[in-house]
Design a protein around this ligand. Structure first.
Ligand code: C2E
Ligand code: CA
Ligand code: CA
Ligand code: CA
Length: 283
């Protein structure tokens, strides 16, 4: 047993080493990856729970690594945050997805405004040129500020002081929506929400996971109901993440959630996918 234990540790060590090597390799490859055009964006639709029509799409970045294949953001966003590459990478994601959203809009003038949701990491939030660069990207693309929603995680705003909130307030005043992402995973005081310049709450996937059982966990349902009514009383819209079944969608609609996102509707995918969903909506 001792030997087996020893082997297990050796194996764990080897795995840890391999991970560290990969992490190191990825970190050194990151800066050139942007210049080489190895990043691409997948879009996942956000759907109105009321009628199932497309409300917008969230931009989710991926890295097509020459050796490791397609890597998800969880593999490299933390590294990019750590090295500071998140600033040019985030700028590229914003530019590219805003350009894409404007393209969709120009082809669907009758379909109402299509929203584009872009994730902002904490480092970007602290960057002194965030507001100026966002204004610049919007102006160059022709997309109206009201079509852009920037998603900021709840944890990035915990204990946020006025210096941190000021750029977000400026963006909100311009008409850009700010969404509180992964809501419910942090420890933020619900009353604190009033202080934040947010207009959308994105309920974390962990809530929808609790609703997966049949029948859904009544406590989870009560919690979601409570959050939704509080959010609405503060004039916040509620988006739910991770909707995987029609039963969940129906329950969330009855509770009064506004929009939803998840595999039940569509996995993140190429921009064409959103384009065809919009065409389908228009008929
Ligand atoms: P997030 O912002 O919470 O994005 C939602 C994640 O949930 C995405 O994972 C999406 O693919 C996944 N998802 C969507 N629907 C379902 C579902 O029904 N079931 C399940 N199990 N999962 C679902 P993804 O694409 O791997 O992104 C992970 C995280 O990486 C994102 O979490 C976001 O925090 C971060 N991220 C992605 N793109 C960017 C970016 O451009 N900039 C920054 N700073 N972060 C990004
Ligand atoms: Ca997000
Ligand atoms: Ca436009
Ligand atoms: Ca989220």
């Amino acid at each position: 047993a001792k030997a087996a234990g020893g082997n297990r540790f050796a194996l764990a060590d080897a795995e840890a080493d391999a991970r560290a090597i990969t992490r190191h390799g990825l970190t050194t490859a990151l800066p050139t990856a942007l210049d080489r055009g190895e990043f691409f964006i997948e879009y996942q639709p956000l759907v109105h729970l009321g009628d199932g029509s497309v409300h917008g799409a969230e931009a989710l970045v991926r890295w097509c690594h020459p050796q490791h294949g397609v890597l998800g953001p969880d593999r490299f966003i933390p590294l990019a945050e750590h090295t500071g590459l998140i600033v040019p990478l985030g700028r590229w994601v914003l530019e590219e997805s805003v350009r894409q959203a404007n393209f969709w809009q120009e082809r669907h003038t009758d379909g109402g405004p299509l929203r584009i949701n872009v994730n902002l990491s904490p480092t970007q939030l602290h960057h002194p040129r965030l507001v100026a660069e966002t204004v610049d990207v919007l102006e160059r693309s022709g997309l109206e500020p009201g079509a852009l929603c920037l998603e900021v995680t709840e944890s990035a705003l915990i204990g946020a002081d006025d210096d941190l909130l000021k750029p977000l307030r400026q963006l909100a005043e311009m008409g850009v929506d700010i969404a509180l992402d992964d809501f419910g995973t942090g420890y933020s005081n619900l009353a604190n929400l009033r202080r934040l310049p947010v207009s959308v709450l994105k309920l974390d996937r962990s809530f929808t996971q609790g609703m997966q059982q049949h029948p859904a966990d009544p406590v989870d349902l009560k919690i979601v109901e409570g959050i939704v009514s509080l959010a609405h009383s503060l004039d916040l819209a509620v988006t739910v993440e991770g909707v995987e079944t029609g039963a969940q969608a129906e329950q969330l609609r009855q509770i009064g959630c506004d929009t939803a996102q998840g595999w039940y509707y569509a996995r993140p995918g190429a921009p064409d996918r959103i384009h065809s969903l919009l065409l389908a909506d228009a008929v």
